[in-house]
Design a protein around this ligand. Sequence first.
Ligand code: OOG
Ligand code: MG
Length: 262
Amino acid sequence: MKLSSQTIEALAQLLDDCAVQAHDTLKITDAHPDMDWDDAYAVQDAMRRRQLQRGARMVGFKAGLTSHAKMRQMGVDTPVFGYLLDSFSVPDGGACKVEELIHPKVEPEIAFVTKHELKGPGCHLGSVLAATDFVIPAIEVIDSRYRDFKFDLKSVVADNTSAARFVVGGQPMAAGGVDLRTVGVVLEKNGEPVAFGAGAAVLSHPAAAVAMLANHLSAHGETIPAGSLILSGGITEAVAVKAGDNVTLRVQGMGSTGMRFI
Ligand code: OOG
Ligand code: MG
């Protein structure tokens, strides 16, 4: 660790305030170029503690930058991990208020819901499939707190990997009932298809992202509890949205989910 605990708390407060007030800021590595990975996750953890103290509840976790399309879009080369709160959840078909966000983008994802605890180290695709209750289509709304979505990996980790909102819906499927590598996804904005892909875009199999998450958490002494919702990462590039937009995700054999931006 390179940063003092006061600096970590101050950065967590800065990013938390940006999220609450829908204000952007410069990426934090500009002012703290020597911060390391532990510092980045420590800022994320401090922000999570602040939000939980205000009454939010954990509902699960997310993996991000798990596909080449996303890594290319953001100019980075490793996955990152964050947490999901109940306050991020939008009902299927519901409305997402743009005024609460800075510059939202949507991503098509496969969500996993667990029925058993998942624990690293040594967690693998098989452990994830065995612990999965069901998989379900999900749209993640990301909203980097950094100006113009410009960041490096440590800054985005501190910012809870741009997590902002999500919606899940459609047909829940047993993980064994669908080939998550070949399953096709179509993201539509205002009725027009805007992004397409197949599950294998995410680390060859979306469950691999969940295994990486469990192994990552184990290094911090944390596990994925039963009943967690996990977003496995955008299959395509993220698509910008504004008030008035309607977004629908169709996943082959798994129905659709969507939200309106108001
Ligand atoms: C970081 C979060 C990326 C995903 O699914 O790849 C992410 C960002 O692009 O702002 O959630
Ligand atoms: Mg995502």
